[in-house]
Design a protein around this ligand. Sequence first.
Ligand code: PGA
Length: 260
Amino acid sequence: MEVIIESTQEAASLLAAKMIAALVHSKPTAVLGLATGSTPLGLYRELARMHRDEGLDFRQVTSFNLDEYVGLGPSHPASYHHFMRENFFQHINLPAQNTHIPDGLSTDIPQTCEEYESSIRQAGGIDLQILGIGSDGHIGFNEPSSSLASRTRIKTLTPRTRADNAPFFGPGEEVPQHVITMGIGTILETRQVLLLGFGEKKADALAAAIEGPISPLVPASALHFHPRAHAILDEAAASKLQRNEYYRHVFTNKPLWQRL
Ligand code: PGA
């Protein structure tokens, strides 16, 4: 895994945006795997700016989101359908019919999950997957103990994740127990992964994922099986990595042909 440490969250988000823009320029029909939560907000803002000011064109792009809460419809303010519309889709020219997010209101969840996997296959697979990391080490909503070979399916959230996500819900409103999420096996089949992690709150999870053993108890550690995974962190999130200096050295000395 390549570990890139930027001085601030903003600088890290700009770098991730540049990597995605480079992909979309070289492959206008790129298939993007998208994430929600506070982590990718700066990245989406910068991509929207690139669209507005520099003509970055998403017309032929296809997107697949990682996950959605079971029981929340697209108009619920805490649903990921709503999040994506508000924070990204309404600011760019990605056609609505090219976007995919699991259906939280499905009445046949196993069927919905199978169809989600088959739509990804039909689109030719995901070229680049954006990931955040949970404070418990999850990616997507693959909570600790998830199978490292898992596919899109229903998962039960841990109390910690429900507490972490409570601020996105209204006062007195319950965070759903269940979600639909792409599996770890689904994520490992994408062609490139950008794992974003910002702030001290993520430092333990990132140290376990990047430098600890590969374990279903730290789902993000499965990314060591991915041949093209990049972790883009700010200083605070990288503060518990033991090989911090080496990662910086590698990045600074990257051969020119390996750069963007
Ligand atoms: P956050 O969540 O971006 O809101 O911190 C990340 C995650 O749970 O994957």
